[in-house]
Each structure stands twice: as C-alpha cells, then as structure tokens.
Design a protein around this ligand. Sequence first.
Ligand code: SAH
Length: 237
Amino acid sequence: MDNGFLGSILEKMNISNDSEKLDKLNSFYELLVEKNKVMNLTAITDYNEACIKHFADSLALIPYFDVSQCKTVADLGTGAGFPGVPLAIFFPEVQFTLIDSVNKKLLFIEESCSSLGIENVRVLHGRAEDISHGEFRQGFDLAVSRAVSNLSVLSELILGMVKKGGMFVSYKSAQSDDEIKSSSKAVELMGGRIEKVIDFTIPDTELERKFVLIKKVKDTPKRFPRKAGTPLKSPLG
Ligand code: SAH
C-alpha cells in the first residue's frame, strides 16, 4: 500500500495529514474494494483513482470551510461513505451522521468504522424527505452531499435538516453553472441563500470540481420537504 501517493496529493491541496489518518483512509479503501466484490458500492476500484476521486475529492472542502467549527455534520446520500467517512477521519471531534435510503450500504459503513476505530460516525437509514421532518429537523450545523441529485432537488431534501445559521455544501462537477442558477428559487423557498461557489482542481489531474456553499438564513417552512418522491418528480422553482 502506497501512503505516499495519497499523502502527496493532500499536501498539494494544503490539507495537513498524518500517518494515522492516511492509514485509516487506506484501510477503508481495502475494505471498500473487498466488499465491492459482493455488493455494488463503487465503480472506482483502482487505488490511485480512488485516492483522487473518492478521498482527495471528499477532503477538498477542508481548505475552504472550517469543518472543525461544527459539532454535527450530515452527509445525505452517502452511498459507500463519501464524503462522510474521509471527513470523519479528519475531524474526530465532530459528530457525523451518514444518511442513505439503502441500508446495506450503511451496514458496510458501520462495520468498517467499527473495525477502523472511527467512533464519530453514526448511520441513519431513511429517505431525506422523511428524516427532514423528524427529530433531525434543523438539527445539523453542516450538511454535505455528493452525486445525489440536482441542486434544486437536493436543496429541498437537505435544507430542512440544517440549523438556521448553518451551511449546506454541495459537491458538484465543473459543468454545474446552469444547474446552480436554476436552483436559486428552490434554495430561497427552503430558507437558504447561495453564498459562494468555489472552483477547484484536484492537483496533478484534470478533474475540475465545484463546491456550492448555501447558507441557511431562515427557518424552512413546515410544508417542506414535500412527501418522498415529489421533490424529484416536480422540483421546486
Ligand atoms: N455520495 C456518494 C454516493 C452517491 S450515489 C458518493 O459520492 O459516492 C447516491 C446515493 O444517494 C445512493 O446511495 C442513494 O441510495 C442515495 N439517495 C438518493 N436519494 C435519496 C433520498 N431521497 N434519501 C436518502 N438517500 C438517497
């Protein structure tokens, strides 16, 4: 296993790391690839590609947003644990809640975190539309999400979980400008305001990505999100 490759990308991104964190990421990679043989968790199994597209991409937020100021973070549609698990490894003092509607993916995350001694991750099985109306309503300081839905839909799914004054960070591809523009109505209806769009490139690659930072400025009206399935079927705005 080559700690050097991942460590050197992270250094170029100004993300300080140590061998304990790199070991955990590398072990998580091994567990992921092993489990991927028996269930569909990821299309990315090559080590270097996983370092770039899963680990470096998940952690790329660190230079732009101070995650350590948050007590609670939700990762909606975490899948095999991205970006939630890498971020949890880097912020052991912050409590991460990884949400997905597919329970077997969450079981993989739970098993992996327990075997790697990652204690600040809990999983939550369900659909965002339901979870947003329950005990977690406006409960998280920060919500993150990658590769789940377009920004209008995602805003309806997630902004109800974010505390007033908190932030939602959407991990997006470089080609999302139109999507971002057309989400502004949904963002506003949900009590959010697009604060910043950050472009970044993973070092030594041509992988261009964006973060959309959406500040939760008002309470989300009680009627949102609408019932499960509706946000995707007829997006707000
Ligand atoms: N974030 C991961 C996985 C993306 S795949 C990554 O970047 O690799 C999208 C995931 O979102 C799937 O696991 C799917 O089950 C989950 N998902 C989609 N809609 C959802 C919803 N409404 N509520 C909860 N999870 C959802």
